[in-house]
Design a protein. Structure first.
Length: 241
């Protein structure tokens, strides 16, 4: 298998590798990401307002006509400071970190609406200065990403409204990965609720069929991502020793 990050071929007897161990990357208050669980008494959640009329794009705007050719590897800096994108970032790594296997986001979230989309991105943040590649200084490379439509929080065969202003669990499968985060890099997780036009907009009020939603169904809503000992939102990754 090709290991991105180190850009070399590797071999394993099994996949995922039997020596890989599951570790959790927890969201903390003040935008921090850590393998340590959130302590009691810290900030309870991060909130953002999602407006379907002003969705988060998946390519920079205005598009230079090259966005769809390279959007998977474009730096996510163009959305990092948006108020409708929640961000958590680790400190610089003291040593290389290799993930090999499943990557799953376990969110505890609430909304003022009755439906919401949850987009989760795992990102490799390069050091501010890269001597041999200056253009990569501070680059935010998307390693894994996917979306989960909240109406399926009880199963894909049973769409149902999300209880308003009530914390509910959502699992976002980011699929498998073999990637090495290099020493000095940082890990980042972004969560947002629109990703347009890659995915159609969620009205954020539950309707029987989103494709038949009326303009009046689309509402601005506030979403909260919780990070407490009771509701420890985190990313589950398989780490090689």
């Amino acid at each position: 298998m090709f290991q991105t990050g180190s850009d070399r071929w590797t071999s394993f007897d099994t996949w995922p590798p039997r020596e890989a161990r599951t570790k959790n990357l927890y969201f903390h208050s003040d935008g921090k990401l850590s393998f340590d669980p959130p302590p009691a008494g810290a900030g309870q959640y991060d909130a953002y307002v999602s407006d379907p009329a002003h969705p988060v794009p998946n390519v920079p705007r205005p598009d230079d006509d090259n966005g769809w050719d390279s959007w998977l590897v474009q730096s996510q800096r163009f959305v990092d400071n948006r108020p409708d994108v929640a961000t958590w970032v680790s400190g610089p790594l003291a040593e290389d970190l290799t993930i090999a296997g499943d990557v799953v986001a376990h969110l505890f979230a609430s909304t003022t609406g009755t439906d919401a989309d949850w987009v989760v991105k795992l990102i490799d943040v390069y050091p501010d200065s890269v001597a041999d590649r200056p253009a990569m200084g501070g680059y935010q490379l998307m390693v894994n990403a996917d979306i989960m439509r909240g109406r399926y929080w009880q199963g894909f065969s049973n769409p149902m409204p999300i209880p308003t202003d009530s914390v509910a669990p959502f699992d976002v499968d980011l699929h498998q990965q073999l990637y090495r985060f290099r020493k000095g890099h940082r890990l980042m997780v972004q969560v947002q609720s629109t990703w347009f036009p890659l995915y159609d907009r969620n009205p954020q009020t539950f309707v029987a069929n989103i494709f038949r939603a009326r303009p009046t169904d689309f509402k601005v809503q506030q979403h909260r991502i919780w990070h407490t000992p009771r509701y420890p939102s985190h990313l589950s990754v398989s780490v090689l020793p």
